[in-house]
Design a protein around this ligand. Structure first.
Ligand code: GLN
Length: 524
């Protein structure tokens, strides 16, 4: 049932073939059956059933609120949800119940969408595996797909059932897993350096990072204010476009949002590529790029050319500085953002009464993991008076050069860039955690971070399966506020690949999930 798109589900509601409560109950059952994935931190069962019953009534009266009425969705646990615990997967916020909804959450609820729960992430969204959470790592649903199970010996020669699973990517891994496993139609994540696109790619779904300023961040617990945007994880481009139309637009609570009136993003079924110029950034042929990704990237460019697009090589010479530059800017903003967690206002407080200083210090030592504390330390170092110019200001200047690379590429006549999303398919968990958090981010985010530095929109679309049976994706990067074009091209591409999302069918009596493809997934 979840194999259908969001619009089809909405149509089934209207025609009385399905009720929101029936769909909600199915999703809740899927959530229970796949609880071993660890995708959800909180399942909001009572809230969901109540909202679904209200949607039932509206459909009975022939008065649905909009295209999202009755549609199950999930939210990354770094968005504030009124009266629902919001933890950021951190000891620091465990037990924190926000008194308000993030603007994006409120906009989805105002349309009648049904909240299934809050999804797992790397603590405070710092990571790229969804492995650094106090609730434990998220498992990639594709680890249990027929294709991967058949080929997993290649990945895990000494296979043992408990450890032979691959990561979701991150940091919005819970959101990606929740959509990929079919427990909801769409989920929101956040994207600061790639956290929506990376897990979407590894989980075989669509991941959209909108232009900075198109979607409100009010109520998104900040990581790097100058780069954070809410991201959309969906099973197809049309669904992502529908949700973007609902959440985009001015918010008086977020001064960085644009004032313009946003029209719904309606994507044409047929798109003519003959006037499109596609840029292939040569610097994205990065060390470590898997031959499989290189091959689908080349095939995709050829396909676009055959369809009439002009495909040209472009140079974005500052790309190679992005990882280091991101590290300086990210940690500097983290250091100032995390200062608010002092044990007084929110969540965790250490039980130390000797002095305020001692209480602060114990609260922060006990509340944050090593990754967060490490970034606070680095950030404060870069912001020291004697280092500010050498590191922080310099990184700001390099960021400008990285952004200018995009401006220049688009000025030269290119409409859209085509790049890989990741270097390869999802890593086995035990391999992934051999590296430290910073090294992992440097590897995972190499193709995604630049778009955050420049503020431009980007989307990952599934493109095929690796030889190990795991999803591969490609990324399109567009010009600021040109989401309509970006999404249309992504939809065209999605049609060509005919990628089949994972479909969960039933649970065996022994508790093992049997996930099969509805038809065999095709690659480019
Ligand atoms: N992996 C990057 C980091 O850890 C990006 C995180 C994100 O986009 N939230 O900072």
């Amino acid at each position: 049932m979840l194999g259908i798109s969001l619009r089809e589900a909405a149509a089934a509601f209207r025609l009385g073939q399905l009720t929101p409560t029936e769909l909600c109950r199915k999703c809740l059952a899927f959530i229970r059956e796949t609880s071993f994935l660890n995708a959800y931190i909180t399942v909001t069962e009572d809230v969901a059933l109540k909202q679904a019953a209200e949607a039932d009534l509206r459909f009975d009266q022939g008065k649905p609120l909009g295209v999202l009425d009755g549609i199950p969705f999930a939210i990354k646990d770094n968005f504030s949800t009124k009266n629902i615990e919001t933890t950021c997967a951190s000891q620091m916020l465990k037990g924190y119940i926000p008194p308000y909804n993030a603007t994006v959450v409120q906009r989805l609820l105002d349309q009648g969408a049904v909240l299934m729960g809050k999804t797992n992430l790397d603590e405070f969204a710092m990571g790229s595996g969804s492995t650094d959470s106090i609730f434990g790592p998220v498992k990639n649903p594709w680890s249990y797909s027929k294709q991967f199970r058949e080929k997993r010996k290649a990945c895990f020669p000494d296979s043992n059932e408990s450890s032979d699973w691959v990561i979701t990517g991150g940091s919005s891994g819970g959101s990606a897993a929740s959509v990929s496993a079919g427990t909801c139609y769409v989920a929101l994540g956040s994207d600061t350096g790639g956290s929506t696109r990376n897990p979407a790619c590894h989980c075989g779904i669509v991941g959209l990072k909108p232009t900075y300023g198109l979607v409100s961040r009010h109520g998104l617990i900040p990581l790097v204010n100058s780069m954070d945007v809410p991201g959309i994880l969906a099973r197809c481009v049309d669904d992502a476009a529908t949700v973007l139309g609902v959440i985009a637009g001015h918010d008086p609570q977020d001064a960085t949002t644009i004032q313009d009136h946003i029209l719904p993003f309606t994507l044409p079924d047929v798109i003519d590529l003959s006037k499109l110029c596609v840029g292939i950034p040569k610097e994205y042929h990065a060390p470590g790029l898997s031959s499989e990704i290189l091959s689908i990237w080349t095939k995709a460019a050829d396909m676009m050319e055959k369809a009439g697009a002009k495909v040209v090589e472009v140079s974005m010479p500052h790309t190679r500085y992005s990882i280091v530059c991101y590290h300086v800017l990210c940690t500097a903003e983290v250091a100032s953002n995390m200062a608010r967690f002092d044990g007084l206002e929110y969540g965790h407080r250490a039980d130390i009464k000797d002095s305020t200083e001692a209480m602060y210090s114990a609260t922060r030592r006990g509340g944050f993991n090593d990754v967060v504390r490490g970034r606070i330390l680095s950030g404060n170092f870069f912001l020291l008076k004697q280092n500010y110019e050498k590191y922080f200001l310099k990184a700001q200047k390099v960021r400008r050069l990285i952004a200018d690379d995009f401006v220049n590429a688009f000025k030269s006549g290119v409409d859209i860039l085509l790049t890989p999303t990741t270097l390869g398919d999802a890593a086995p968990y035990l391999d992934f955690i051999q590296e430290d958090n910073r090294t992992r981010s440097a590897q995972e985010d190499v193709f995604t971070q630049c778009a955050n530095m420049a503020g431009v929109p980007a989307i990952t679309v599934p493109a095929g399966l690796s030889s190990r049976g795991l999803p591969l994706g490609l990324q399109f990067i567009g010009q600021a506020f040109c989401e309509q074009q970006l999404l249309s091209v992504a939809k065209w591409f999605e049609k060509q690949t005919n990628f089949c999302p994972l479909v969960l069918h039933k649970t065996h009596d022994n508790g093992h999930i049997d996930k099969r493809q509805s038809k065999s997934a095709s690659s480019l």
